[in-house]
Design a protein around this ligand. Structure first.
Ligand code: TYC
Length: 88
């Protein structure tokens, strides 16, 4: 058992839907997850094809904030895009 506990990490999962424009998902990945255009496009297409995908991995507080930001920003722009948390 290590003496210093490493914090549990959480995946922020993006969910696919039929209506959110691809460019908007790319924008989300750049704005909130620090991805460049190429990385963001790759993750977006992965989600589009497989139904869900990992936008990033964070400690609980940070992951919760990212999920809120994604869901709020999508709602504000009237897109159904949703994200959720999953323990790593
Ligand atoms: N499926 C969407 C489309 O065809 C694009 C999309 C990708 C939406 C990823 C959400 O998390 C998502 N416009």
């Amino acid at each position: 058992m290590p003496r210093v506990e490493t914090p549990k990490m959480y995946k922020v999962i993006l969910l696919n839907d039929d209506y959110t424009p691809m460019e908007f998902v790319v924008l989300i990945l750049r704005r909130f997850f620090g991805k460049n255009e190429d990385e963001a496009t790759k993750v977006m297409l992965d989600v589009h094809k497989k139904g869900s995908g990992v936008a990033g991995v964070f400690t609980l507080e940070v992951a919760e904030m990212k999920v809120m930001q994604v869901n709020q920003y999508s709602q504000m722009n009237e897109h159904p895009l949703k994200s959720t948390l999953e323990e790593e």
